[in-house]
Design a protein around this ligand. Sequence first.
Ligand SMILES: Nc1ncnc2c1ncn2[C@@H]1O[C@H](COP(=O)(O)OP(=O)(O)OP(=O)(O)O)[C@@H](O)[C@H]1O
Ligand SMILES: [Mg+2]
Length: 223
Amino acid sequence: MQINRLSSGTEVIDSLLNGGIEHGAITNGYGPPGSGKTNLTLLFTLSGLKEGKVGYIDTENGFSTERFFQIGGTKENLKNILYQNPSSFKEQIKVMHKLKDLDLKLIIVDSMVSLYRLEINKENFTEINKALAKQLAFLSFLAKEKDIPVMITNQVYSVNSDEIELSGRDVVKYWSKCLIELKKVDDNRRLAILRKHRSLPEGKKVEIEITEKGIEKAKFRIF
Ligand SMILES: Nc1ncnc2c1ncn2[C@@H]1O[C@H](COP(=O)(O)OP(=O)(O)OP(=O)(O)O)[C@@H](O)[C@H]1O
Ligand SMILES: [Mg+2]
């Protein structure tokens, strides 16, 4: 059976994903701060808006309307974004439930784990990790039920993370059917690498640049 895909509207990202992110599954864009995760979600948002409404859960105040307009979004578009801005991990699941009965063509969660990180500690980690798994299971259910793509992001740091977070990381990886790693090469050049996919080889990569208009294939440079 052919799996529907949502285009990024950007040739280089679509070439990495064989057309775009898959309907019915969670795609996860991860990388360090400034690697381009939010930019990627904005590209897919713009593309999803061509089909209908988009649910956008922003846990980090990362959604910049200025940036959205730069890449081609309009004020009219904004009316079709169901923007949610939860301020606690508990509220995050509540806003996800709000999206359940809406006719959406795409759901974004940028980022999946920032509020989780704020709340997890040595006492509550079993419970919080369970709650994280529940949220991901719910997103996966929404993706399947609505037959739409769900895109989540998570920030990774180069320093060793706390051990209690590691099990959470595995949970996110397990529920994500596609993993895209974003890596900074220099000021605006990045690598986007497929780390997991149901039908494409792991390790496939493209070199990209974040530009005024969005994301483009990196230009060849001599030095
Ligand atoms: N108009 C623009 N032209 C070129 N680069 C831009 C432009 N607007 C933003 N950027 C670049 O985009 C990058 C930020 O990307 P983005 O916000 O997607 O990162 P992120 O991975 O979401 O980071 P964080 O983890 O902090 O949320 C910065 O390097 C910034 O300079
Ligand atoms: Mg971001």
